[in-house]
Design a protein around this ligand. Structure first.
Ligand code: SAM
Length: 257
């Protein structure tokens, strides 16, 4: 393991706003702050907004700056990435930010029913051959539905056209109409929140990938289902650099020249 990574892991231990529960504990039982985030961590009743697969936590930190009257929690399994957001929020003395290093699979061990007001899924791995692993698969969405308050909105921002189409197909198969759907977000105009850019987003924008966006509600008490026979035959834009070519292959499972 690189020295840099080890140094970040050590510094992570010092951040009061970064929680690193053992995965096995969350698999077997509930996190100590489940149902108590407002009272025992944030010390207020403000809405809680999640960023899932947050990486460096750009959305978490930037939205916390824009909306001091809301609470933001970024979740990711990668500690070296979370370090950046946790360090920025700590240095700024942010009281409305937390990060949790864990797997999103155990999200219902972290939050009580209705404890979360809004969810952002920012540039998740498309997982071309493992639909169940996609953070917008019915398996994950049904878990989010359990912790979201009624009328809690989910936002999905991705460069992957395949993932965008897949998420729309999941909603259609489940009888849910999206509140907003954009195949090329920046061509349609964005507000201050939608124009926040993550690390991955910056790479894909610089390489000419259109950014897609989907906004939707999750039905209460009705499970979402996998779309039957979903296939995606579209390509991805031609990559211009070695880095973007590698990222394109990694993220889409194929490369279209
Ligand atoms: C492509 S990166 C995007 C990171 C960041 N949102 C961005 O846009 O720069 C996907 C992130 O999701 C995280 N991730 C993927 N599956 C996860 C899971 N099941 N639980 C927790 N984190 C996960 C990865 O560790 C990674 O940081």
């Amino acid at each position: 393991m690189g020295k840099n990574k080890l140094a970040r892991f050590r510094e992570n231990e010092t951040f009061a706003l970064l929680h690193q529960p053992a995965f096995a504990d969350l698999f077997r039982g509930d996190f100590e702050l489940k149902g108590r985030w407002h009272r025992d961590f944030f010390g207020n009743e403000n809405p809680i907004v999640l960023e899932l697969g947050c990486g460096r936590g750009e959305y978490t930190v930037e939205m916390a700056r824009l909306f001091p009257d809301k609470n933001f929690i970024g979740i990711d399994v990668k500690g070296a990435r979370l370090w950046r957001g946790a360090k920025a929020a700590t240095e700024e003395g942010r009281r409305n930010v937390a990060f949790v290093r864990t797997r999103i699979e155990v999200i219902t061990s972290l939050f009580a029913p209705g404890e979360v007001s809004e969810i952002w899924i920012t540039f998740p791995d498309p997982q071309p051959s493992r639909a169940r692993k996609r953070l917008c698969s019915p398996m994950f969405l049904n878990r989010y539905a359990k912790i979201l308050a009624p009328q809690g909105v989910v936002h999905l921002k991705t460069d992957s056209r395949m993932l965008h189409e897949y998420a729309k197909a999941v909603l259609a198969a489940s009888g849910v109409a999206p509140l907003q759907s954009a195949a090329d977000l920046y061509a349609e105009g964005v507000d201050a929140v939608l124009s926040i850019k993550t690390a991955y987003e910056e790479i894909f924008i610089s390489e000419g990938y259109p950014i897609t966006y989907l906004k939707f509600l999750l039905p209460q008490g009705k499970a979402l289902v996998e779309p039957e026979g979903f296939t995606y035959s579209g390509g991805v834009p031609k990559a211009r650099t070695r880095q973007s070519r590698q990222v394109a292959i990694l993220r889409t499972g194929r490369f279209c020249a």
